[in-house]
Design a protein around this ligand. Structure first.
Ligand SMILES: [Zn+2]
Length: 255
């Protein structure tokens, strides 16, 4: 995570005396900076930000169905503003960037890091999940409490949660990246490898209905190349499909 982006979000929350998730009013934060937020149909991106002559406009794609996703998009665009030192600039951000499917542009990664820290501050997130074994219920409760999408909460958990969890982003049935927390028993998934037919995520790419609840799976489905490979070792697999991008965020955790 970008230390600077995270520090920018922390400073902003501290400066506004915001002390709980329910008080994070992105419209008010933007208004204080002379930034107007609008929802409109965007064709090639999910969010955009233009800042000129001391005035800014954040546009969010009106086609986004989920309020948590809209909120993350606004926070992402605010990230561009604060991370770039409030300079005149414009950003046109694809869903691939905002949802973290693609991770190759540092300004986009930093804007996501800012948004994650602004909407799910590390200390609050740790306090909320502390002592709770990871389950789908904990994930859903976190997403609801912080008013973000399930995928944003899952990425945050894999980063700072304290239960063994791994997340894998795949697109077009190819693994794009993975994030594995330090407590997880396996470490290695090759980027660029095909999603194997023994995983549940494969069902999505095979055009089948994907289960919305966690299912037990052999570790072989994902960690067949891992140095610590163990036979007959079971994990839970939960998938969050992103139909618009033919992508799946897979979450794996120990029984
Ligand atoms: Zn962006």
């Amino acid at each position: 995570m970008s230390i600077l982006a995270k520090a920018n979000a922390k400073r902003l929350l501290r400066g506004l005396f915001i002390d709980e998730p329910g008080n994070i009013d992105l419209y008010a934060i933007a208004g204080c900076e002379n930034i107007f937020i609008e929802e409109k149909a965007l064709e090639s991106c999910e969010g955009q930000f233009v800042f000129k002559n001391g005035l800014g406009i954040i546009s969010v794609d009106a086609g986004l169905a989920e309020s948590g996703q809209k909120r993350f998009t606004i926070a992402h665009e605010l990230g561009h503003y604060f991370n770039s030192g409030k300079k005149e600039n414009s950003f046109f951000c694809s869903g691939l960037d905002i949802r973290g499917i693609k991770q190759n542009i540092s300004a986009e990664i930093d804007a996501n890091d800012f948004a994650a820290e602004l909407l799910m501050p590390e200390q609050w997130f740790c306090n909320f999940t502390k002592g709770k074994k990871f389950t789908k219920g904990v994930l859903s409760a976190s997403a609801e409490y912080f008013n973000v999408s399930l995928s944003a909460a899952a990425m945050r958990y894999a980063e700072i949660g304290n239960h063994p969890v791994a997340i894998i982003m795949s697109k077009d049935s190819v693994v794009k990246w993975s994030r594995i927390n330090e407590y997880f028993p396996f470490r290695f998934i090759r980027n660029g490898s095909k999603v194997t037919s023994s995983s549940y995520a494969y069902e999505f790419y095979n055009g089948e209905n994907i289960a919305l609840e966690p299912e037990k799976i052999l570790a072989d489905a994902w960690f067949w190349e891992d140095f610590n490979y163990k036979k007959d070792y079971f994990l839970y697999e939960q998938n969050i499909p992103m139909y618009r991008y033919n992508s799946v965020l897979t979450i794996l955790w120990e029984e």
